[in-house]
Every structure is written in C-alpha cells, then in structure tokens.
Design a protein around this ligand. Sequence first.
Ligand code: CS2
Length: 490
Amino acid sequence: MPDVSTSPRLSRKTHPSPRGPADRRIVHLGIGAFARAHLALYAEDAEAAGGEAWDILGVSLQRPDQRDRLAPQDYLYTAIERGPRGNTARIVNCLSGVLVAPENPSNVLDALAAPATAIVTLTVTEKGYCHDPASGRLNLSHPDIVHDLAKPDAPRTAVGFIVEALRRRRLAGVRPFTVLSCDNLPANGRLLAGLVANFAEVGAPDLSAWIAADGAFPCSMVDRIVPAAVPEDAVEAAMLTGFADAAPVSHEPFRQWVIEDHFIDGLRPRWERVGAMLTENVEPFELMKLRLLNGAHSALAYVGYLAGRQTIAEAMADPVLAAFVDRLWAEVLLTVPPPPETDLVDYTRGLAERFRNPAIQHRTWQIAMDGSQKLPQRLLGSVRDRLARGLPIPCLALTIAAWCRYVGGIDETGAAIDVRDPLAAGLRARIEGAGSEGAVRALLSEKAIFGTDLERHDGFIRAIEGAYARLARDGARVTVERYLLHKKDA
Ligand code: CS2
C-alpha cells in the first residue's frame, strides 16, 4: 500500500493540462466537494467529447481551506468513484484557481465582471440564499444582506456579488452572464432571480429592470451523492493513482443534471454530449428529486440519527428503517407528477439501491444539518398536497416529529446533539419556553419554516404531536416498528 507521505504530490508537472487557454469562463460560487464531483466532471467530460474549452474558476464565499489545500497542487484533485463493487479514480484538470471572497472581494468582482465570464454557477447550499424559506423572499434583515446593501463594493453573499457584478457589466456595456443555480431548492433559478431583484430594487431600481429584461437565471436539478471528505479518502486516492492529494472528493457512480436551456447568447458548454438533459421545463424533475430523494434523505437523517445510525447506508441496512422509507415514498409518490419518460416506482427503487451503497459513508448528521432551510421543499410541499386532498400523512408526520426531537438537542441516550442550523438558537428557545407539552406547537409556529397555514391546521398539528409523543416515549426505532405494524396509522 503506498504511503501518502512519500507519494509525489499532484502538480501540473506530473499532470500537464491537456488543453490550451480557454476562451470562456465559468465562475463557480461555493466550490465545495459537490461542485468538484459533479459540475467539474461534466465540464471536463464535455470538453473531452469535443466541446470547446471552458475554464472553471472557483470561489469560496467563506473559508480558505479548499484553496489552501488545492493551490499547492495546482488545483488538480482526485475524484474517487465509490461503487458497491469497488472504487476507481480520475484526476481532474479543469479548475484554474480558487478565490477566497472574504480575503479579497474585489478580485471576485473583477472575475465576475470580466467579459470572458459567461456563466456563474452556484452551490452555496440553501442557507446561502439568505431568504425566508417559507415565502421565498430575500431576508432583508439577514446580517450579511444588510452588510452587502451598505457596502456593495465588498459583498459577502452570493446575491450581493451577483448584483454588483451585473451592475459593473451594465456600466461597461458588457452583456450579463447567465446565473445557473445548482442548489437543492425548488425553481432555483426563478428563486434566485427573485432574490436578485429584491436586492437590486432596494438600491437601484433601473438595474433591477435591466436584469429582469436581459438576464438569464435558468433552473436546474443536480444529483449526485457526495459525502463530506474523510481522511481515508487521501489514502484511497494515493492507492488508486500513486499521487498524494490533500483535497480528493468521493462520490457515488450515479449522476444527473437537468438544465433549463436558457443561456445568454446561447453560450454554454455542450453538457448534453455527456448525459446532461437540456430541457424547457425542469420543474417535474426537480419536484421528483427534492421530494423523493432529498425528502427520504432527511427522513433517514432525523429518524436514523435518533435511532443511533451513523450513516445512510447503515440506516438502510436496518430492515425497519428501510421499510419506513418505502412507506414514506408510497405516501409522497401521489404528490409527484412523473417527469416525461420516468417511472417513479423505478426511480425510488434506484434511490434505495443508491442509499444502500456501503462504500458511501454519508453521515446522517451531515444531512440533518440546516433542516429549517430544507424542510419546506423536501417535506412540507408533500404534506400540503396530501392534506389538501384529505389524505393522512403518517410517515411525513413522523419525519417532522423526528426533526422536532432532533432540534431539541438531546438524543435518546441523553447525549447532546450538535445541531447545526441557522435557526438553531431560536428553535431551541421556542422549545425551552414552551415546555414538553407545548414544544411541537411552539416549533410549528416558526413561520419562516411552516408559513402561516400549517400551524392553523389541526389535523397536521395533531399528527405531529402524536408522533412526537411516541418518539419521546418509545424511541425512534420502536416507534417506526409500530408504525409499520399498524396499517391503520397509514
Ligand atoms: C443531501 C444532499 O446533504 C443533504 O441534505 O440530501 O446533499 C444529497 O446528497 C444530494 O442532493 C444528492 O444529489
């Protein structure tokens, strides 16, 4: 087995770029593991399939760690594909650099404003949109938005950077770039266009009109399971390639990308040559993915975490939890119109297989993060659709109740849970203020998550309160087992 410390480090000397300088550039905001295991590979594959060369410049909006690990290896890195039957690796060569926004926001604005930048892609996670998840409007009292409105030359947020860069382009007579959101949010392009408009309207209404008329914010659905990196990834990378890599990424074999084909002047890489679907309407694909994949992921995260399961694969290896997810899918399926040429039952079978992949160590704790930003699109849309048809919501209710228990911050053994969520402190205060009897009601009256309709729906409140009481009394696993036995609950 190669020793990582003695293997040669990746560099452009060992791996010279196979191509000349690129004419056009994508600037990617939020260059984390997902973007490096998904977008970058599509870009590189599209080029290898005979497309023109596109340069990708990454931007980290918060921390310098990606840049610090990638710069000494000339921004090369290993992508490890982990399948149930073994691992393979490739060295990715299409990232030209990483800018760290807080160190030098002007550099980022310059890169965005440069005429060669034709597309700005984003994976900044749900909370990076600084919006109110229930209403989809920009949160104008978010401290970073307040900052960016006051200091547009040194923004902190994705929205602040986009608006200021578009303002500079307009001033210089340069066409706008296409803004392509790749985050797990419904109608992500339209949502972002709305947030950009909300921001611009405050300071520059004529800019807002120009963006609305000339800008492009296509929607997209991205899919690939990419767990956070673990130290073993570097060992595996060295074993597979013979090179030391301080920033490898691990991903599952599956990948999907459905993109609304609306780009400024038609400028974009030929992603369709390598399996991406360019279409007029992303919405059905997005609804399917958010409600069936991400909804089930969140369910396994909260219920699985409470039941003591560390990873999704571990939760799926428990027949009780696997059966619960099946029941949840049956409940949610009715709310999802199938996208063209898609069989939703096959889709969920494929998801079960992907979730079971034992080579992917995707922690329940990682997925449980930021629930306040995820619940609306993953679970509450399905809840509303079923309630509107007078249908029961047993598995959805149990999932939401498990989230209520999770954000309470104490697990079933009495140990503290490290709850990461922008609303964590407020949620905790609601529970503490209400006492055990009123905890559910107090949480469900958080309008940023549940809007104003659900807290007035008695059937909804009762379903969550009932599930919460059982979780508290019997624990997650026993509760799920009983749910499965008592068909009447469904
Ligand atoms: C996960 C997603 O972390 C999470 O919340 O549900 O990152 C999921 O792995 C991806 O959306 C899969 O495409």
